[in-house]
Design a protein around this ligand. Structure first.
Ligand code: ADP
Ligand code: MG
Length: 338
């Protein structure tokens, strides 16, 4: 997983608007849990009476540690790293967590017609965004073709709880949906503790439920797409849903006068290069929202909007034009606009 990259990825971080209303229920409190995971931070707010927040945080840290041990590509002996290192085509049994994320990655890969492709790692590394080296120049067409040949979801099979690869070099990188999965996992853990009013955020991926301790609904702000300043573009009220934003204007490298994104179009094998600057998705699952936002980022403005309408998704996009930034949202998204 590109955890280190994420460290620098301030993204268009969706940040919280902290309420400043007096509490009408004094027994109900908001507990704030903070920590680190996946090379980034987490912020969790849970609302309740006399909660054992310390114990809850401990349980969350254990769950997130396990998640990392299952699917981080920065941990050399993680379950996923061992699968990546192996050149055997033999199917292997995988943990429930890894199975869940791989299954969703394959489903979203098919749904997006290959825009989201978790085997894209060799191309990510080729362009210098992975754990490997950072190239000074643009890779040659030859190298690009050779690397593209190692990539493709058709080379990865998940069947009956067994994972297998049909080419020895296949490299699976789940970083594009793992944070979202982490958010879902934490939300489920919180619910299992009988808490139904909460907000979970890991590195910009967010899921909310119920109300703040003040009795109000949670509000979320989408940042303006500026790399040198933080300002609010749009306030949304996502209700009991997850919110994910994909945007690439904060993380890129420049070569030969062109900006290169950290998101690769698996069709071309090259970093995306179009006018779409961010895609925000509201969906019950954080993992799904996370994957869909990146998939639509790959698609570009026109295809993304068609895809969103066809799949009845709540999507908000910001595109760059000659006259500044232009926002568009699908009909389904409009109910969440403040
Ligand atoms: P964003 O938050 O901008 O959507 P994500 O963290 O969701 O970004 O995913 C970006 C990361 O996923 C990249 O750093 C790269 O490792 C990997 N990646 C790049 N292109 C793709 C793609 N087409 N499909 C799946 N993963 C990708
Ligand atoms: Mg994403």
């Amino acid at each position: 997983m590109q955890y280190r990259v994420k460290l620098f990825l301030a993204t268009i971080v969706i940040f919280l608007l902290v309420g400043c209303f007096p509490s009408n229920d004094l027994a109900r409190q908001e507990y704030h849990l903070q920590g680190n995971t996946m090379g980034t931070t987490y912020n969790i707010k849970v609302v309740g009476e006399n909660l054992n927040a310390g114990k809850l945080k401990q349980d969350i840290d254990v769950a997130l540690k396990q998640l990392n041990q299952e699917m981080s590509t920065y941990i050399a002996d993680s379950e996923l790293s061992l699968f990546n290192k192996s050149s055997s085509p033999e199917p292997v049994e995988v943990s429930n967590g890894l199975a869940r994320v791989v299954k969703e990655a394959i489903r979203l890969g098919k749904l997006s017609d290959g825009a989201l492709d978790v085997t894209v790692g060799p191309l990510v590394n080729l362009w210098g965004f992975g754990p490997g080296y950072r190239p000074e120049t643009v890779p040659s067409d030859e190298l690009l073709l050779a690397t593209k040949a190692k990539v493709g979801l058709d080379k990865l099979t998940f069947d009956n709880g067994l994972l297998s690869k049909s080419t020895p070099e296949l490299y699976v990188d789940l970083s594009t949906i793992a944070k979202g999965y982490g958010v879902d996992l934490v939300a489920e853990l919180i619910e299992a503790n009988g808490i139904h009013n909460y907000l979970v955020e890991i590195g910009g991926e967010m899921r909310l439920k119920g109300f703040k301790h003040t009795g109000e609904l949670w509000h979320v702000a989408i940042e303006k797409p500026l790399s040198n300043e933080r300002a609010v573009q749009q306030i949304i009220v996502p209700k009991d849903n997850a919110v994910a934003t994909s945007g690439d204007y904060r993380i890129y490298f420049e070569a030969e006068g062109q900006r290169f994104s950290h998101i690769i179009d698996p069709n071309t094998g090259k970093p995306i290069n179009h006018k779409l600057v961010s895609v925000t998705v509201i969906h019950p699952s954080s993992m799904t929202a996370d994957g869909l936002s990146t998939a639509m980022m790959v698609m570009g403005e026109e295809r993304a909007l068609t895809f969103a309408e066809e799949n009845d998704l709540a999507v908000y996009i910001i595109a760059k034009t000659d006259h500044g930034f232009v926002e568009q949202s699908t009909v389904k998204f409009m109910q969440y606009l403040k």
